[in-house]
Design a protein around this ligand. Structure first.
Ligand code: PEP
Length: 245
């Protein structure tokens, strides 16, 4: 059983429309009676940031975005939205470096520039890192994580607005989670990499209301980034409750 302050971040990816917001009612109700030391954050698609923020206005649940353009000023970038615009419509957090974006070609350098621009806009960063299955099999996990941290956070002195989400590529959306001993090793490695002031470290990748009973026992973890299961309010609430049982 934990008594720690834990983050539960819902990544809705490219799912949801205005009607989907009704599913928040259950979570709002739960959050009002929830006495557990926890922070709930929803990261919906950009189209839902404003209406979701309004819906969550009188609650402690916060809203975040899932990615942004690298520039923090306006520009001729058709189809793009920058961090300032996301802040303006209600986002307080932003996921950057997600493996689904890395897979589409986002480099560590680009992620670094996006992080800097989002910090400038006043957003808190959920910085995703993680190795591929091939890298894991080649025993390169630590090397990959180290590289992603060095490059992604290059020249960022004040890291107080950064939360790290360790999300192995091979675990996202697959139903497979790391063995506890491997997860402990990676979380400790990340923590040690930051020296005396480590950030909050979350785990993400196929978290559900079954495997949470195992994941909650990994002591170095400060919360979870939850994709698929976060779209079902019952499962999301169940994950939160079970984390503290
Ligand atoms: C994610 O997209 O960040 C994620 C962890 O997804 P899932 O929980 O569906 O694996």
């Amino acid at each position: 059983m934990t008594n720690k302050y834990m983050y539960f971040i819902a990544n809705w990816k490219m799912f949801g429309d205005l009607r989907t917001l009704n599913s928040l009612d259950k979570v709002i109700k739960f959050s009002k009676i929830n006495k557990r030391k926890s922070k709930l954050i929803y990261c919906p698609p950009n189209t839902l940031i404003r209406p979701m923020s309004k819906r969550l206005q009188k609650t402690k649940i916060e809203v975040g975005a899932q990615n942004c353009h690298v520039s923090d000023s306006y520009g001729a970038f058709t189809g793009s939205v920058n961090s300032k615009m996301l802040k303006n419509v209600g986002a307080k957090y932003i996921i950057l470096g997600h493996s689904e974006n890395r897979q589409e070609g986002e480099s560590d350098k680009l992620i670094n520039l996006k992080i800097r621009s989002a910090i400038k806009s006043g957003l808190k960063i959920i910085f995703c890192i993680g190795e591929t299955l091939k890298e894991k099999r080649n025993k390169r996990t630590n090397q990959v994580l180290s590289n992603q941290i060095n490059k992604g956070l290059k020249s960022i002195r004040n890291k107080s607005d950064i939360i790290v989400a360790y999300e192995p590529f091979w675990s996202i959306g697959t139903g497979i989670i790391p063995k506890s001993k491997d997860l402990i090793k990676s979380v400790n490695f990340i923590k040690n990499k930051f020296g005396s002031k480590p950030p909050k470290i979350l785990y993400g990748g196929s978290v559900n209301n079954q495997n949470i009973s195992q994941l909650k026992n990994i002591s170095g973890i400060d919360g979870f980034l939850i994709g698929g299961a976060s779209q079902d309010p019952k499962k999301f609430i169940d994950i939160i409750k079970k984390t503290y049982n």
